[in-house]
Design a protein around this ligand. Structure first.
Ligand code: ATP
Ligand code: MG
Length: 456
């Protein structure tokens, strides 16, 4: 983390040859609305997003959704009313203190749509105050050896360009931090100064967010959610791309225990920080599997179980206004996931079936499940309904015409009506402030600093 060692004699600063003169200080002191705000620096969290910023006319819709989702997540802080507002390509959270700001940043980093979260201070555009605050913030970053200033003005209303701000504040700090040196590439500390809408923001700490798009911006899907490793990851991928996800779990009950149902509820809990499931539906499927197993050629059992699952998922989707189904299938992973079998199952539904993991290797999926926190849950032993009455030699290349012929002779409409009648909607676990395990792309602030993973 710590850069090359400092020499006794201070190195020549890259700022020294290009430092602008005193007019910078005067121009900044003359700055706008900042004079009306509290003279003391205030703790804030700045939320940075990326894809939302590219949305053209729809941009404000996406921003409002992200703002609402962050607001909901911050309700967990138990800190009374917290304001989240939009400022020029960023969202700003105003908070009472430093500790609360760090907690809010960690919570906000989980929210799909958030790319980065910075914890810092908001202050008037008064250069003397900016200088002194910057010096204090740099002291709080100890131990470090190298630094740089990264300034940005949100628009040209502010009279000084970013380059001159960099040079001025960088040079000013360099004169006072005699045991530090300026380093443009990979400095130990990067002090950000942002001039936005008449206010200055200073920060040195940034967490990585989960990225993606705000949940609610992409419509609703029904995700076939087992207690296995793959489907929680598939559901998470859709949440991250802005879909609202309804989980549908098929339990082997009454032919098996209900362990998988408890595990799926825990998996739903792991998805909570990212927006969570909109709803969870559970079908006691064992009796229907028994009937299928008794009526069809052995090799086709699994394909026919899965056709009935997909049909059920589509019926639920229609009922809930969802526009696609989701599975955790990965090409060739097991017998039911060959192209022939995928085709023989998809044949029964008209809605699109999304398979976000189709090209992923198992090891990649496991790594993602570990980051999500669902892996440990999925590893607990449970009866999976798919393996119930499993034939010795399941068909790997089902013939579509044969599958259709067998299917037509089954009382599918009656089964579907009975399944929908028996469908259960267990209560979802409430959101918790802290995830049980590290999550995708997220580094805890304190750990990140130690690991050198802090972004800036
Ligand atoms: P694993 O990680 O063990 O592969 P899996 O849930 O992916 O677990 P598969 O047999 O590969 O099990 O099933 C493929 C897909 O079918 C799952 O990703 C899931 O979307 C769906 N599925 C399988 N079993 C169930 C179930 N019991 N309830 C709901 N969906 C299921
Ligand atoms: Mg699988």
């Amino acid at each position: 983390m710590i850069g090359r060692s400092s020499k006794k004699k201070k190195l020549q600063s890259p700022y020294s040859s290009m430092r602008p003169a005193e007019p910078v200080r005067m121009a900044v002191s003359a700055g706008g609305d900042g004079r009306e705000m509290a003279a003391e620096p205030q703790h804030v969290v700045l939320i940075h997003y990326h894809e939302i910023g590219l949305k053209g006319h729809n941009r404000s819709y996406f921003e409002k959704l992200l703002r609402a989702n962050i607001g909901r997540r911050l309700a967990l802080l138990d800190a009374g009313w917290i304001r989240v507002r939009r400022i020029s390509g960023r969202l700003l959270i105003e908070l009472a203190g430093a500790e609360q700001a760090v907690q809010a940043a960690k919570l906000a980093a989980d929210v799909p749509g958030v790319v980065r979260v910075s914890v810092g201070l908001r202050l008037p555009q008064n250069m003397e105050l900016i200088e002194q605050t910057a010096l204090t913030m740099m002291a709080e970053c100890e131990p470090y050896r190298s630094f740089k200033v990264q300034a940005r003005r949100a628009n040209t209303d502010f009279p000084i360009n970013s380059m001159d701000l960099n040079r001025y504040l960088g040079g000013w700090l360099d004169d006072r931090l005699s045991d530090k040196h300026v380093q443009m590439q990979q400095p130990d500390v990067c002090l950000h100064l942002e001039m936005i809408e008449g206010v200055a923001f200073l920060y040195t700490q940034t967490l990585k967010g989960v990225g993606g798009l705000p949940v609610g911006s992409a419509g609703t899907v029904v995700s076939l959610l087992s207690a296995g490793i793959d489907s929680p990851v598939a559901s998470w991928r859709l949440l991250r791309r802005g879909a609202e996800v309804i989980g549908l779990h098929f339990s082997g009950r009454p032919e098996t225990t209900d362990t998988s149902e408890y595990l799926v509820a825990q998996i739903a809990g792991r998805l909570e920080p990212f927006g969570g499931l909109k709803k969870l539906a559970v079908v006691p499927f064992g009796a229907f599997q028994r009937q299928i197993a008794a009526s069809v050629p052995q090799g086709l059992r699994v394909v026919l179980y899965r056709r009935l699952m997909f049909l059920t998922a589509e019926a639920l989707a229609v009922q809930e206004g969802a526009k696609a189904l989701v599975t955790g299938e990965s090409l060739g992973q097991v017998a039911s996931q060959t192209l022939d079998n995928i085709r023989a199952v998809d044949d029964v539904v008209r809605l699109p079936v999304l398979r976000p993991l189709i090209g992923s290797d198992k090891l990649e999926i496991i790594a993602e499940a570990e980051r999500l926190g669902s892996f440990a849950v999925s590893c607990q032993s449970h009866d999976d309904c798919c393996t119930l009455f499993m034939p010795r030699n399941p068909e790997t290349h089902a013939n579509l015409e044969e599958v259709r012929r067998v299917w037509e002779n089954l009382p599918v409409a009656d089964w579907l009506a009975a399944i929908m009648e028996q469908m259960e909607y267990p209560r979802l676990p409430r959101a918790k402030t802290g995830p049980a395990a590290p999550q995708p792309g997220i580094t805890k602030l304190a750990d990140a600093h130690l690991d050198g993973e802090l972004l800036s």
